[in-house]
Design a protein around this ligand. Structure first.
Ligand SMILES: C[S@@+](CC[C@H](N)C(=O)[O-])C[C@H]1O[C@@H](n2cnc3c(N)ncnc32)[C@H](O)[C@@H]1O
Length: 211
């Protein structure tokens, strides 16, 4: 699996610009994250996870996972709150698989957005890579995931071991979701991530058929 991905060259400038943002939303969409790569590799290994299904991705960033999902035959809707991420995801998907996913600008901290079409029609598969790194996102994502994953559906969450992800996973299990987890230790595109020995956990969370 080899993808060609366009990303902003001047990350430091984006960080400087974010300093003026009252919400303190940092430009994490502009980086290639091991979780996105790990989830993409998992899908490439088992395309049946998404093939022929309506699939939603939360926090798509540059589109690494989206490219793998499209290649596997998903009917994909990607979301992110950063318009730059949606634009680059579409560009990168077009470049690698010849078509772009449907896209929706979505801030999961705004609960009212869950009522927006097409999120009102539950999805059998939802993908999310490294979206739980701030505690303020735990409750909004619990709410959104319960809203967008249909009965018997699945959330595939890839994460590199940050504390908010652990809290989220425990809350999901308390709500009756069944979890299977596996680990992925790279290699990652960024040598620095390999040096740090980053390990990504990929969780398959299944909702009860009657939930
Ligand atoms: C760490 S990056 C991961 C990007 C991509 N999934 C990957 O693994 O390469 C987190 C992503 O979530 C998006 N994001 C963060 N907070 C968000 C929010 N409140 N609503 C929607 N997207 C958000 C960011 O813009 C970014 O694209």
């Amino acid at each position: 699996m080899a993808f060609q991905v366009v990303r902003p060259v001047n990350y430091d400038r984006l960080i400087d610009e974010a300093a003026a943002d009252p919400e303190q939303n940092l430009p994490y969409w502009a980086e290639i994250w091991p979780s996105g790569v790990g989830l993409a590799a998992r899908i490439a290994r088992t395309p049946d996870i998404v093939a022929g299904q309506r699939v939603l991705e939360l926090g798509c960033g540059l589109g690494i996972t989206a490219i793998a999902a499209l290649e596997a035959g998903a009917e994909l809707l990607v979301t992110d709150y950063a318009p730059e991420a949606l634009a680059l995801c579409a560009h990168n998907a077009g470049r690698n698989v010849g078509r772009a996913p449907a896209q929706l600008r979505l801030n999961w901290r705004d609960a009212a957005q869950a009522a927006v079409s097409p999120l009102t029609d539950p999805f059998p598969v939802v993908l999310a890579a490294d979206v739980l790194y701030e505690r303020r996102d735990i409750e909004p994502l619990l709410f959104l995931v319960e809203h967008v994953v249909g009965p018997g559906g699945e959330l595939w969450l890839a994460e590199p071991g940050r504390a908010p992800a652990a809290i989220f996973l425990n809350a999901m299990q308390e709500r009756g979701w069944v979890r299977e987890s596996e680990r992925c230790d790279g290699p990652w595109p960024d040598p620095e991530d390999n040096r740090k020995g980053i390990v990504v956990s990929i969780h398959r969370l299944r909702r009860a058929a009657s939930g």
